[in-house]
Design a protein around this ligand. Structure first.
Ligand code: 5GP
Length: 139
């Protein structure tokens, strides 16, 4: 199993060394907007405990984070009025993982609109800030 690299970009965001459009934070997790969203409202839930992905995570971390994933998914649905939500989590590069700190994707799906590419174009900062504020208000 590959080891955790503490210099990954999400570790830097968690440490406050890099900015993010924060939705929510508590002792165990951070929720933020994905800056290269696959659809409007694409949100990420990051446990604070360091692990590369699901495979090396402490089961206690997973137990703590899944209720938050559900809470955030409900808030994202309420704000975006999405027709469906995809919850995704990738393990290692061949499976699509690009940032090696465990995170869960909450990706709104809108009827008749194809999802954008994984890690596609950067979203407008003002739009991300507004989404983060509105989702936070529904939590
Ligand atoms: P993965 O491919 O590892 O499952 O997902 C990484 C996600 O992080 C991608 O959806 C990508 O758009 C997003 N991402 C990459 N760099 C940054 C960043 O600096 N800030 C935020 N908020 N998201 C990022």
């Amino acid at each position: 199993m590959m080891t955790y690299d503490p210099s990954n970009i999400f570790a830097k965001i968690l440490a406050g060394e890099l900015p993010c459009h924060k939705v929510y934070e508590d002792d165990t997790a951070l929720v933020m907007m994905d800056i290269f969203p696959q659809s409007k409202g694409h949100t990420l839930v990051l446990p604070k405990a360091p692990s590369r992905n699901l495979l090396d995570a402490d089961p206690a971390t997973l137990s703590a984070v899944m209720p938050l994933v559900q809470r955030v998914a409900r808030a994202v649905e309420a704000v975006t009025k999405a027709d469906g939500l995809r919850i995704a989590q990738f393990n290692e590069a061949p499976a699509g993982q690009t940032v090696f700190h465990l995170h869960f994707h909450i990706i709104p799906v809108y009827e008749g609109i194809a999802l954008g590419a994984h890690g596609g174009g950067k979203a407008d900062d003002a739009e991300l800030a507004a989404l983060a504020k509105n989702i936070a208000a529904k939590l």
